[in-house]
Design a protein around this ligand. Structure first.
Ligand code: GDP
Ligand code: MG
Length: 598
């Protein structure tokens, strides 16, 4: 395939502006998928994606298109996620492309991720093709949205194409525009091989499958290749393309997007962002690759049944192949036994990982409350990073605690500004700026501790703006704050899984909420259980769970033995879902509910 006839592009947009639906129309219009095999959001392949209606993973697909000039083109489309937690997926896909279709919902206008994703694309020098989607809606106002694009993002939106991904209107124009405006790739078949790994998945039969974009040279089965980050050599078993199912091909040349399998067993061997080269004739240097993303939110994952720890480890290893932004290391909790401290890019990322572990790998797990990374300056001048409350040294050795901050921008209709500002104040935010996007819509900028943001900011913002706000944030480094570690004690014994860090002013309030919640959730035991919250040695809250003798058969006089057995079995099952901490059984919900109140 000649380079002039290849177009590689991503579709970027704010959540729900119609990327996946637009991909469906492109697949249909190019005959990649026959109409009878079409289903909505075809590229959202994970169950969770379909249920939640969001895209988590980028999916590449190759299409053939005969343009009006008579030329036949190969188009590689990479659908991308829109949520801020997954923007690393977006930038990875973008690095494999020369252009990006910027989709804006013409009824909603420019939103936070429209801006964030456009910047990602322009930073990589991609050609932006703006389109105004959903023009079938009566509330669409494309002319105003064009002005927003020009004013906020600074691109020329004069010839932005009006499209309806629902009805198919504007799709033929869009295909022509892609041919015209997205530059063809450059590269040389004769030059030393350089192929960028932009994603990978694990397959039980084939091992790690690397998604690649060839820059120079060719990839073909039987060839010996080297992964430049590890220096290890492999023989390629198979090369292919996505249609969107994987289909074997002879070779992949410069500018092409596809996959290779080479009996690679672990993620450590095939880093996303690494360059594949020819073992016999290696390239002088690897491609630019990706910035390593750093997890910012941590929590503990523990198997519900202690003996399932190895199953959990294997599942995490496999999940990491598909989601390299996850980190994990073993940890040991007095309350929960052996588990893993896992790092994520945000709360949604964490929730999705937990759900995928459960659904794709059948692991039942308990997650502890999430926390951010803290920097602690000790009295001897050394600085340590705390990934969990138990990493905190004795308070007498702490000189200063620093917490991570973000710069938050919120887009919303003007009438909600008051409520949003109040929320930001409650969350220890500092006002930075407010500007008008249009006379009715406003962008509000605040500095805020990440810890406050991950707690429940998103939900509260949604409710105080009736769902009309969108947000984006950037990490801006660490700042000193008056923080304390609050311990939660059952029968005078601290339960490590319940410890949390918070601002000194909130210690009582949050301690009270946690203790109250535990009192509600922990069933009465055969003895009285005091529940306390303490800062250092000082107890700040105390409540008691009264003792009770629980006799499930009391109601069951008479001789109905099957009913008795059922009740006993039910009770046993109930016990299974409990975690034994010292002499106290704590239901799993307590560990989860804990997240809501801290
Ligand atoms: P994504 O999050 O950007 O991938 O957005 P989706 O493709 O999942 O679309 C979000 C919602 O908008 C879905 O309910 C779609 O059916 C709807 N939608 C997408 N494009 C259009 C359109 O052109 N017109 C209308 N009326 N609805 C659309
Ligand atoms: Mg989508």
């Amino acid at each position: 395939m000649k380079l002039e006839n290849i177009r590689n592009f991503s579709i970027i947009a704010h959540v729900d502006h119609g990327k996946s639906t637009l991909s469906d129309r492109l697949l249909e219009a190019t005959g990649t998928i026959e109409k009878r095999n079409m289903k909505a959001q075809l590229l959202d392949r994970l169950d969770i994606e379909r249920e939640r209606g969001i895209t988590i993973k980028s999916v590449p697909v190759r299409m053939k298109y005969r343009a009006q000039d008579g030329g036949e083109y190969i188009m590689n489309l990479i659908d991308t996620p829109g949520h801020v937690d997954f923007s690393y997926e977006v930038s990875r896909s973008l690095a494999a492309c020369e252009g990006a279709i910027l989709v804006v919902d013409a009824a909603q206008g420019v939103e936070a991720q429209t801006v964030a994703n456009s910047y990602l694309a322009t930073d990589l020098d991609l050609e932006l093709v703006p389109i105004l989607n959903k023009i079938d809606l009566p509330s669409a106002h494309p002319e105003q949205v064009k002005r927003e694009l020009e004013e906020i993002i600074g691109i020329n939106a004069d010839d932005a194409i009006p499209v309806s991904a629902k009805t198919g209107e504007g799709i033929p124009e869009l295909l022509e525009r892609i041919v015209r405006d997205v530059p063809p790739p450059s590269g040389e078949a004769g030059a030393p091989l350089q192929a960028l790994i932009f994603d990978s998945v694990y397959d039980n039969y084939k091992g790690v499958i690397c998604y690649v974009r060839v820059m120079n040279g060719t990839l073909e089965a039987g060839k010996n290749v080297r992964f430049m980050a590890t220096g290890r050599d492999y023989q390629i078993d198979e090369v292919g393309v996505f249609k969107p199912d994987m289909v074997k091909v002879e070779r992949l040349g410069p500018g092409e997007v596809g996959f290779i399998c080479a009996s690679i067993k672990t993620i450590d061997e095939a880093h996303v962002g690494d360059t594949i080269t020819d073992s016999a004739k290696p390239a002088a240097a690897p491609l630019a690759g990706y910035k390593k993303v750093k997890p910012v939110v941590f929590c503990g994952f523990y198997p519900v049944e202690r003996e399932d720890i190895n199953q959990l480890r294997e599942a995490l290893e496999k999940l990491q192949i598909n989601d390299s932004a996850i980190s994990f290391e073993p940890e040991n909790s007095a309350a929960l036994g052996f588990g893993f401290r896992c790092g994520f890019l945000g709360l949604l990322h964490m929730e999705i990982a937990k759900e995928r572990l459960n659904r794709e790998f059948g692991v039942d797990l308990v997650a502890t409350a999430p926390n951010v990374v803290y920097q602690i300056v000790q009295t001897d001048g050394s600085i340590i990073e705390a990934h969990r409350p138990s990493d905190f040294p004795d308070p007498v050795r702490i000189e200063e605690i620093r917490e991570p901050y973000i710069k938050l921008s919120i887009f919303m209709p003007e009438q909600f500004v008051g409520a949003a500002m109040q929320l930001c104040q409650d969350k220890r935010g500092t006002y930075v700026a407010m500007d008008y996007i249009t006379p009715e819509r406003v962008r509000l900028t605040y500095d805020m501790p990440l810890a406050e943001f991950i707690l429940d900011f998103h939900d509260r913002l949604k409710s105080c703006t009736r769902g009309y706000a969108s947000l984006d944030y950037d990490h801006t480094g660490f700042r000193a704050a008056n923080l304390v570690k609050v311990d939660v004690l059952l029968q005078e014994e601290p339960v490590d899984a319940f410890s949390f860090i918070c601002h000194a002013d909130q210690a009582y309030h949050r301690g009270h909420a946690v203790v109250g919640k535990l009192k509600e959730l922990i069933p009465r035991q055969l003895f009285e259980v005091p529940v306390q919250a303490a800062v250092g040695k000082k107890v700040i809250v105390r409540m008691n769970i009264k003792a009770v003798r629980k006799d499930v058969l009391a109601k069951c006089y008479g001789g109905d033995i099957t009913r008795k057995r059922k009740l006993l079995e039910k009770q046993k099952e109930g016990k299974k879902r409990m975690k034994q901490v010292g002499r106290v059984s704590i239901p799993q919900e307590a560990f989860l509910a804990f997240m809501d109140v801290t």
